[in-house]
Design a protein around this ligand. Structure first.
Ligand SMILES: [Zn+2]
Length: 179
């Protein structure tokens, strides 16, 4: 499998033109609570943790690294600038718990490679839904090609995790987050 950037140059690959800017930008999904998937969601098999301010869910579906998870505010908040002081104070605590839960995964646990995690990557993009949401990706231990921003590029190319691995990763992470 070849990374899409390998050998890429303007003479061999078609370049996509940057689209013209759009003003005003389209609303985020679930904006104003209208048809909001997050507000309407009941706890299910991918729910890992919930309290009054935060929810954690396993990323399911087409994902290469089982244990990838998302931290979401219960309330609508479009960016870290919108968090209340209580949300801002507990945000760091939640990030620490999720990161530790993934880093503590032992060899043989469900996950890419031998299951161990070398580093936990966190991403906030904010261009999707209108709940503040942060992605956590467990970077498999020893896979140096996956360091840094290359991980999310490779994630698009590597085979998706099996349903069984996702279920095992959810159970493992739920257990670690509620200890
Ligand atoms: Zn909502």
């Amino acid at each position: 499998m070849t990374h899409p950037w390998i050998g890429a140059d303007e003479n061999t690959l078609p370049l996509k033109a940057l689209s013209a800017p759009v003003f005003p930008e389209p609303a985020l999904s679930g904006a104003g609570g209208v048809d909001c998937e997050s507000c309407g969601r009941q706890p299910d098999q991918w729910s890992l943790y919930e309290d009054d301010l935060w929810r954690v869910r396993l990323i399911s579906g087409d994902i290469s690294f089982p244990g990838s998870a998302m931290l979401t505010t219960v309330r609508h908040a479009t960016s870290i600038a919108d968090l209340t002081s209580e949300e801002a104070a507990t945000y760091g605590v939640m990030c620490g718990r999720i990161t530790r839960a993934l880093l503590d995964r032992p060899a043989g646990a469900p996950g890419y490679g031998d299951g161990r995690v070398g580093r936990v990557h966190m991403h906030f993009w904010g261009d999707g839904g209108e709940h503040f949401h942060v992605w956590f990706f467990p970077r498999p231990l020893g896979y140096l090609d996956l360091r840094g921003s290359y991980l999310v590029e490779w994630e698009e190319l590597l085979p998706p995790a099996s349903e069984a691995d996702l279920h095992d990763a959810a159970a493992d992470l739920r257990d670690r987050l509620t200890r």
